[in-house]
Design a protein around this ligand. Structure first.
Ligand code: URA
Ligand code: SF4
Length: 191
């Protein structure tokens, strides 16, 4: 089966998923989207209000920031793949719970395996924690390691992992735009 069909199967499973309680309160699950052959995959946290309404990742305020950051390094959404740790919105955008992360991340794992990006850019703390643990990297604070390139050897080849601040921080703290932009520039060095 080709990549497209395999990813469509993942999407189908997410659409019908009841593995955690979040399916009860979601409007639409947000599977993820972008190029199936992307070299970079961005991994966010979970859908917010707009994403839940539209069934698409990063289409609200944080999404606008992400679009601008992509544009600043000459990329569009079509060049990358965008996914999240959780596929359904937590009520009131509360933090993902450990049992929800355990239940949902097999979908992200499948996306990572199918798209097989050379670069994984984590957005925010939950994404950082999950991806670092998955690839055997030690726990670190985002404030210390944002914009640093970590190289890991996997059965699917060498990968670069780049922890980034969550773009939402720039929506409530304008001063965060500059460090985010600088960190995005780092991505171009891995391309
Ligand atoms: N924040 C996220 O982490 N993911 C989205 O898809 C939207 C906002
Ligand atoms: Fe299933 Fe993930 Fe949605 Fe929970 S958040 S119901 S595990 S798709």
């Amino acid at each position: 089966m080709g990549r497209k069909a395999e990813l469509a199967r993942v999407a189908e499973r997410v659409l019908n998923c009841t593995r955690c309680e979040l399916w009860r309160t979601r409007t639409n699950p947000v599977v993820g989207e972008g190029s199936l052959f992307a070299r970079i995959m961005f991994v966010g946290e979970a859908p917010g209000y707009s994403e839940d309404q539209q069934g698409r990742p990063f289409v609200g305020k944080a999404g606008k920031v992400l679009d601008e950051l992509l544009d600043s390094i000459g990329l569009t959404r079509g060049d990358v793949y965008i996914a999240n740790i959780l596929k359904c919105r937590p009520p009131q955008n509360r933090n993902p719970q450990p049992e929800e992360i355990r239940a949902c991340t097999p979908y992200l794992d499948a996306q990572l395996e199918l798209v097989n990006p050379a670069i994984i850019a984590t957005l925010g703390n939950f994404s950082l924690a999950y991806i670092f643990d998955k690839f055997g990297l030690p726990k670190e604070r985002i404030g210390k390691i944002h914009g640093t390139v970590f190289t890991v050897n996997t059965i699917a080849g060498v990968k670069r992992i780049v922890p980034l601040y969550h773009p939402a921080v720039a929506t409530y703290n304008a001063g965060m735009r500059a460090p985010l932009k600088t960190d995005f520039m780092v991505l171009t060095t891995c391309l």
